[in-house]
Write a protein of this length. Sequence first.
Lengths: 176, 284
Amino acid sequence: MASSKTITVEVDDVSYTDDVEPRLLLVQYLRERLGKTGTLIGCDTTNCGACTVHLDGVSVKSCTMFAVQADGHNVTTIEGLARDGKLAPLQQAFHQCHALQCGFCTPGMIMQSASLLTENPHPTEQEIRDGLEGNLCRCTGYQNIVAAVQAAADGTVSSDSTVSADSDESETAGVA
Amino acid sequence: MIPSAFDYAAPATVAEALGVLADAGDDVKLLAGGQSLIPVMKLRLADPAMVVDLGRIGELSGVRDDGDALLIGAMTTHHQIATDPLIAEHLPLLAKAAATVADPQVRHRGTFGGALVHADPAGDMPAPVLATDATFILAGPNGERRVAAADFFQGYFTTAVDDGEILTHIRVPKYTGWGAHYEKFTRVAQQWSIVAVAAMVRVEGGTIAEARIGLTNMASTPLRATAVEQALVGAPLTREAIATASAHAAEGTDPASDLNGDAAYRRHLAEVLTKRAVIAAAGL
């Protein structure tokens, strides 16, 4: 039996110290040990991007990384994006542009979009599509996803959405 | 999917890693970016008793100027290769190829050295590196060893790296001022290359003075398209001349047949993609 390792990881601004088996995947650590089920497991084969989180500020697929590799590092999940009860601009943009159907890919889409906008604050439509090539939406709602990233980049998102806001039919028509 | 249990070490230096490897027996895997190793461990196609994580060894990461070459740490990520200013200036072929690997998340984790040692025939970094005549620097129990790119790739997922050795750096000669392009053919996003062509050309006074062409997925190892290179040297800088030279692209290749295409289709692709790659590299 392989011995466990003690890791200390900062996740969404909180420091955690835990004993983990080396084979424990980061996504399992986040979901099963920390209860952060906002990060989803989709394909579990490094294709779909549903498990995307930020490691030290850049996007990674948390199903393709061991928790021990995150020791001493900083992880941000979809649950760490909102500040003081206010959705981050990208979250607001996904809400306003109705950039989801079933919603399963949404946490990964938003985390990858955030990483993309950090590296390239004003992407073209093609750059957005290329930047999201590692995230699959099986509802094929890409059109509105791209529109949401564009809206967030352009700053054309209103700031009245809150974390607890229910879906408002009047906001689902997409960006003008 | 959960990998088999394994022992884990995360050494801080190459010397320490070599010591761990020496003591670990033969059922050990080196973990670089893990973007190929972890998926195969999850599928239990690999179940090493021990994993040695190179991710804590700072000396293995980064790009630095080394006179007539760039010295690239094996743990430098694809993202770093694609965006590094020194690479952009002296080895744009590597930047262009790295930008086509998988997807952004994988490029943030996956490493240059890891991809080269993995030596997947459909991987995008081996052919460009072969085309540059790079030198592979290996650390081992008996000190440092250098292997030429032409001798490094030995077969399907097989390289010159021996048990107990670690690829630490790749020394890549500068090709400053050369035109470069990596032409990759896939059917869908984030796919492995069905065939791809790495091309570098040096143009002088309206003719092609020098050319280097590498082929991805046209055999169990990356190949140089030497017949194309020879045909291009001295050729006028025209689409017609490039097309004529590119007709030699499949010579000496041994492509596989699989669901993505049979061998004859891959030979056809090699010619078409070589033409496109050289035309783009030459700026036509």
